[in-house]
Write a protein that binds this ligand. Structure first.
Ligand code: PLP
Length: 406
């Protein structure tokens, strides 16, 4: 391997975010390639039997097997760690692999978790259907309510688990308050930062312990591969997560790592442009008299908090088709069907603009009562704003709103 400045954390940690996104983590082979190499290999060969023995004994560093380490995956991990301001990062097969590994490495039988109620469906499912089978209980609360976090703490509470902004209501959790409360009580915080990414929000700067990602979303940014990542202290990653991951195997495939790494090069640009496009479209919908939830709008109850803890409010927001119950649901679905440019899709973070109806898709499993308590209306639509010209997107929404009489 050729030396490059990108592989030296002492240097990359001083770079500004756009430079980190393009160069942090880069190693070069003896060929001096400019674009990071894709190492599609499961195994490695050694110059001698002594060399492999030393690596297995932990006396020499190097590759052994791609479930343990792979050069392409290493590059992605170093780049994410630099962008996040984290001591260490491990990549995973998907966002849900990242969430599951993080929680399993922090919790044991008898422990308790306090979780934000407005969580990604599969995150709720892990708490309800996996952890509970191993004697780990949880309390789901309204994450926007600082007092509720404090009130839910029990003597055996070990983890606070939440996402901010939350899907699809765009509710925020006050990172400084909640992470500070956790520290004062010796509780670890696990933040699902998929909606914001390090380009828009760095939870570690506010005292979080672990930041976990679906890299499938804004990090890849072009809707191509599944991947995840977990960032935290070097000690926790090396002592807890790494042995767990090496032995249970939820690792990121080298090809997927390479695709996400190339996606990261444009992440700051995409996150900023998509956030600006989203704000323009959210403003258009609000001016049309619709109820819109986007932390970038002055009408969002946590607008000031968004300004404090985010660089920009992100590409995703929700708005309500008017009416109640079935009538609202029908209007919302009719609006989706009337769109000509914007695609109906439950994915997010893509450079294509996508719309979905959470009550019948991503949040269907919560049931009507669960949705009502999480503030997800029957007519709510979630939109992921991409990189198209926002004027074309506004024209598409305008014709669809006219057609459906909204
Ligand atoms: C998509 C998503 C996940 C799950 O990630 P996958 O890569 O699909 O496994 C977790 N949390 C949030 C907030 C997400 O948007």
């Amino acid at each position: 391997m050729k030396k490059t400045t990108g592989s030296n954390p002492a240097i990359t940690s001083k770079w500004r975010p756009a430079t980190q996104a393009v160069r942090a983590g880069t190693w070069r082979s003896e060929h001096g390639e400019t674009s990071e190499a894709l190492f599609l290999t499961s195994g490695y060969s050694y110059d001698s039997a002594e060399e492999v023995a030393a690596r297995f004994a932990g006396d020499a560093v190097g590759m052994q097997y791609s479930r343990f380490r792979n050069p392409t995956v290493d590059m992605l991990q170093s780049r994410i760690a630099a962008m996040e301001g984290a001591e260490a990062c491990l990549a995973q097969a998907s966002g849900m692999a990242a969430m599951t590994s993080s929680l399993l490495c922090m919790l044991s039988a008898g422990d308790h978790v306090v979780a934000g109620r407005a969580a990604f469906g599969s995150c709720r499912w892990i708490l309800d259907n996996v952890l509970n089978r191993f004697g780990i209980t949880h309390t789901a609360i309204d994450g926007t309510d600082n007092a509720a976090w404090e009130a839910a703490v029990q003597p055996n509470t070990k983890v606070f688990f939440f996402e901010t902004p939350a899907n699809p209501t765009m509710d925020l959790v006050d990172l400084e308050f909640v992470c500070g409360l956790a520290r004062s009580k010796n509780i670890k915080t696990v933040v699902d930062n998929a909606f914001a990414t390090p380009a828009l929000q760095r939870p570690l700067d506010f005292g979080a312990d672990i930041v976990a990602y679906s890299a499938t979303k804004l990090m890849d940014g072009q809707g191509r591969v599944m991947a995840g990542a977990v960032c935290g202290s070097k000690e926790w990653i090396e002592e807890k997560l790494s042995p767990f991951q090496r032995n249970t195997g939820p690792i990121c495939a080298p090809f997927n790592a390479w695709v996400v790494m190339k996606g990261l090069e444009t992440l700051p640009l995409r996150a900023t442009t998509q956030s600006a496009n989203a704000l323009q479209i959210a403003t258009f919908l609000e001016n049309r008299g619709l109820s819109v939830r986007h932390p970038g709008l002055a009408s969002h109850p946590q607008h000031a908090l968004a300004k404090k803890q985010m660089n920009a409010a992100g590409p995703i927001f929700a708005f309500e088709a008017p009416g109640e119950g079935d009538a609202a649901r029908e209007k919302g679905m009719a609006l989706c069907n009337a769109l000509e440019l914007i695609d109906i899709s439950n994915n997010i973070g893509d450079s294509k603009t996508l719309v979905c109806h959470p009550a019948t898709t991503t949040h269907h499993n919560m049931g009507p009562e669960g949705r009502a308590s999480a503030g997800i209306g029957d007519g709510m639509l979630r939109i992921n704003v991409g990189l198209e010209d926002p004027l074309d997107l506004i024209e598409d929404l305008e014709q669809a709103l006219d057609k459906t009489g909204i």
